[in-house]
Ligand binder design. Structure first.
Ligand code: TRP
Ligand code: SF4
Length: 330
């Protein structure tokens, strides 16, 4: 047994991953692979809670997501990478947990309350959507994870998970540790239009974008909105392109662009070209790995199958303890 702390996190396969996902989650996961016993999974059943009317797209997204993960540097030799629906024990644990979870805990859940109002094009008044955090709790405690690396938006779900774990232990005896959220710095990367980078805003740079597509998207980025003409001085402090420079260009470039922008020595077209070149260069190793895995779909399937088998072995053990604790079968 490894003495490393176990962590677990997941993503819903609702579309291709973009730079916001890379900086907001994936890079962080990649960095945790050596220090923790890592379980990362694709939450395809969770995707179904909101996209149950169009389930057909999910499978394709699952494969693409695994390719995005591998391209970003998640390593099946180090981490257990798996798909939720390939470990059906999650459904069984979800069922047991749903028996003991008071409905008001779910109705009070802030993400539930927000999404039910915000998402207008889908009918989310379903049992499954209300129960989303119960399924998430099953995902987490199934592996007795100590830590859950997530963004701030997911903290209420980890909190509900702790409450459910505590209630299970109280009713049936100590089986589960209470997991803690490990807060991930949210990505500072904004979309092309300066709003939060998101698939639904159509403002994202995807991990699957080619260098040409990246260059084109960068050329469309909104810069300092006050800078109308080439001769106008700009303000890098309010410019999203400059934020990208800070991430992708060296300190030297950042220090030269700053005054050149303020004095209108450099124009946005040129400034963007420099940034795009650096961004594309930084993405090169990722693009190479992506091309490699794209060319070997069978290998990706195998990685998914092997990771899910590993996860399932752990899940089976937990479920034996769970059934014994509830005395449902002997
Ligand atoms: N709800 C998470 C999200 O939307 C995805 C998720 C499902 C998850 N199960 C999980 C995250 C378990 C961490 C742990 O981002
Ligand atoms: Fe932004 Fe660069 Fe244009 Fe200045 S020159 S406004 S930093 S894109």
């Amino acid at each position: 047994m490894s003495s490393k702390k176990r962590i677990l996190s997941g993503m819903r396969p609702t579309g291709p991953l973009h730079l916001g996902n890379l900086h907001g989650a994936l890079n962080n996961w990649v960095g945790m692979q050596d220090g923790y016993d890592c379980f990362f999974f694709i939450a395809d059943w969770h995707a179904l809670t909101s996209d149950y009317e169009t389930p057909g797209a999910i499978t394709g997204y699952v494969n693409e997501m695994m390719i995005d993960w591998l391209s970003a540097g998640l390593d099946p030799e180090k981490s257990t990478l798996f798909v939720q629906s390939l470990v059906p024990e999650h459904a069984e644990l979800f069922l047991f947990l749903s028996m003991i979870t008071p409905v008001p805990w779910l109705e009070r859940n802030p993400t539930y309350k927000d999404q039910i109002v915000q998402i207008e094009n889908k009918d989310l008044s379903t049992f499954g959507f209300l129960g989303y955090p119960v399924l998430q709790a099953a995902d987490i405690i199934m592996y007795k994870a100590n830590g859950v690396p997530v963004g701030i938006d997911q903290v209420p779900h980890v909190e509900i998970t702790r409450e459910i774990a505590r209630r299970f232990n109280f009713l049936y005896g100590d089986v589960f540790p209470e997991p803690e959220a490990i807060l991930t710095q949210t990505s500072k990367i904004l979309g092309l239009d300066r709003r939060k980078m998101s698939k639904s805003y159509n403002n994202a740079i995807y991990l699957s974008d080619t260098p040409d597509e990246i260059a084109k998207k960068v050329s469309q980025m909104i810069t300092d909105p006050q800078r109308m003409r080439r001769s106008d001085p700009g303000n890098p402090d309010v410019c999203n392109v400059f934020e990208f420079h800070k991430i992708y260009s060296g300190q030297d470039t950042v220090e030269t662009v700053d005054p050149q922008c303020r004095s209108a020595e450099i124009g946005c077209v040129e400034c963007k070209k420099i940034m795009a070149k650096n961004l594309i260069q930084a993405m090169e190793p990722l693009h190479e790995r992506r091309a490699h895995f794209k060319a070997e779909p069978e290998r990706v399937k195998e990685i998914i199958a092997i990771g899910s088998q590993k996860a399932r072995a752990v899940a089976k053990e937990t479920m034996e303890q769970v059934r014994a604790a509830i005395r449902i079968k002997d």
